[in-house]
Design a protein. Structure first.
Ligand code: HEM
Length: 484
């Protein structure tokens, strides 16, 4: 068949020049689901974002087609200008002849680092951070200036950031004070990264107008932030090198930097050299990918539990009973179900990370051209009415039913908060362990209420705009220590 007879996915009519950009809105996951429904495109919707052809998958079938059947054709990421600067230019290599090779190595490295993380467990570190979180909450709950109201969002962000800082760069030999300063700096840099990556960059949608970003200052801002990252990461790597040389690292948990330096010391049989920039780029990745996501999952889990007191009480009973029996396990069936249900309703990265079509493909009978930017609407998929009963309701019990084996490890495409296939999140286990441990402590150690005696159903549940979607308004709750 010729070019003209190929069947293309349905597409809404766009405007000259900008195409459908104006229809994506501040909350793209919501706008895109509505747009798909309005255009008779339950599976695949075609868009034009400025000069960039795009495709949106909104159903489990479409998610499976892209991330299982055609995974290898959709395994690359599009080029973003700010991302290139923030990743030490390594994004650029994707387009160079050895791009495929570098991507492979990058995946191997993240897999290596994170599987080391799994075997080392990091549970001691996590438990210390959770204890600090509980301490923060107790302090705020008993402070008269806050009238017992705790800024839960802030406390959870600090916790998630602390866990990643410890896992990436270890506790080292820094004083508690220095450590606090460093965490604060990391936090500032991550926030700036998120703003830059989530922000609108003209050149990302109008490649021929990339010069406009130089005028708007986005490029310069990214460079400034990159330099600060580089300084900090360089210092962290140097500290680790000194420690490796000095042989005085007994008793320290191995962190991501140690794993990468060990990997660098091994001769790679494929001749690839893990350069210093590559190490720093991988570390920056871990920070960017690991902090926000775990924080957002925790924030929504607490929100849903407070909004659904029966679920909270069930969880508390289960955890407190296990605690009273002296159980040492860190997770329980209902806790796991609560986390799954939270990620179904509130995938922290609702459109996953964009992919790019590497070669022409026929997906669900539709032609998709090479170069198309692809979004999987995990948020719409998780609320698909054909797959889920009462799709908008928080019902962790649905995962406890004997016939429900649905899981998010990449085999059930109605639940894809971590993506699937070659690009699945390598930090899934790490993130889940962090979220479960913190949630278990918060539910076990405290009883929670909405300030001012508001009804649970009145809790504002709107999400903030951006690539990742935390709550729009911070979660502020009254915390009462249990059993005190
Ligand atoms: C609840 C927590 C988390 C969620 C919901 C989450 C979600 C995601 C998603 C949706 C993607 C894109 C997948 C795709 O395009 O198909 C991703 C990629 C990634 N995540 Fe996570 N993530 C979480 C925690 C973490 C943690 C803790 C780390 C590291 C410490 C991490 C490291 C990464 C990396 C390195 C990638 C890029 C993989 C690639 O491009 O090949 N994530 N994550």
């Amino acid at each position: 068949a010729g070019q003209n007879t190929r069947r293309l996915p349905p597409a809404p009519r766009g405007l000259p020049l900008i195409g459908n950009l104006h229809q994506v809105g501040a909350l793209p996951h919501r706008a895109l689901r509505a747009l798909a429904a309005a255009n008779g495109a339950p599976d695949l919707l075609r868009l034009r974002l400025g000069q960039v052809p795009a495709l949106v998958a909104s159903s489990p079938a479409a998610a499976a087609a892209l991330m299982r059947e055609h995974d290898s054709a959709f395994a690359t990421r599009p080029y973003f200008r700010t991302a290139e600067i923030l990743t030490y230019g390594f994004q650029d290599l994707v387009f160079a002849p050895h791009g495929e090779h570098w991507r492979h190595v990058r995946r191997l490295c993240s897999a290596h680092v994170l599987s080391a993380a799994r075997s080392h467990g990091y549970n001691g570190m996590r438990e210390r951070e959770v204890a600090a979180l509980a301490q923060t909450i107790r302090g705020q709950a008993s402070s008269s200036s806050s009238a017992g109201v705790v800024d839960v969002s802030k406390a959870l962000y600090g916790f998630a950031n602390g866990v990643i800082c410890r896992a990436v760069s270890g506790t080292g030999r820094l004083s508690r004070e220095e450590e606090g300063r460093r965490s604060e700096l990391f936090r500032e840099l991550i926030e700036e990264n998120t703003a830059l990556l989530g922000g609108f960059c003209v050149g990302d949608f109008f490649p021929s107008l990339a010069w406009a970003d130089a005028l708007s200052g986005a490029g310069a801002r990214a460079w400034r932030n990159f330099k600060r990252w580089d300084e900090l990461l360089e210092k962290v790597v140097q500290e680790h090198e000194a420690r490796r040389r000095g042989d005085d690292n007994d008793g320290d948990e191995e962190d991501f930097v140690d794993v990468l330096l060990a990997l660098q010391a091994e001769k790679q049989d494929d001749g690839f050299e893990l350069t210093r920039d590559a190490i720093k780029s991988l570390l920056a990745d871990m920070f960017a990918a690991g902090t926000e996501t775990s924080f957002i999952a925790l924030e929504w889990a607490m929100s849903e539990l407070v909004r659904n007191p029966a679920a909270m009480q069930k969880l508390q009973r289960e955890l407190r009973r296990a605690d009273a029996l002296g159980a040492t396990t860190t997770t329980t069936p209902y806790l796991r179900a609560v986390v799954k249900e939270t990620l179904r309703l509130h995938p922290p990265v609702p459109l996953l990370l964009p992919r790019e079509c590497m070669r022409d493909a026929t997906v669900l009978g539709f032609h998709v051209a090479k170069g198309t930017r692809v979004f999987v609407n995990a948020w719409a998929v998780g609320r698909d009415p054909a797959s889920w009963g009462a799709p908008d309701e928080f019902r962790p019990e649905r995962f406890l039913a004997a016939d429900s084996e649905v899981d998010f490890r990449g085999a059930h495409f109605q639940l894809v908060p971590f993506g699937a296939g070659r690009r699945v999140c390598p930090g899934m286990q790490f993130g889940l362990a962090t979220v479960e441990l913190a949630l278990a402590s918060l539910a076990r150690l405290f009883d929670w209420e909405i300030p001012g005696g508001a009804a649970p159903g009145d809790l504002d549940m709107s999400d903030a705009p951006g690539l990742a979607t935390p709550r729009r308004v911070p979660l502020r709750l009254v915390a009462k220590p249990f059993g005190w």
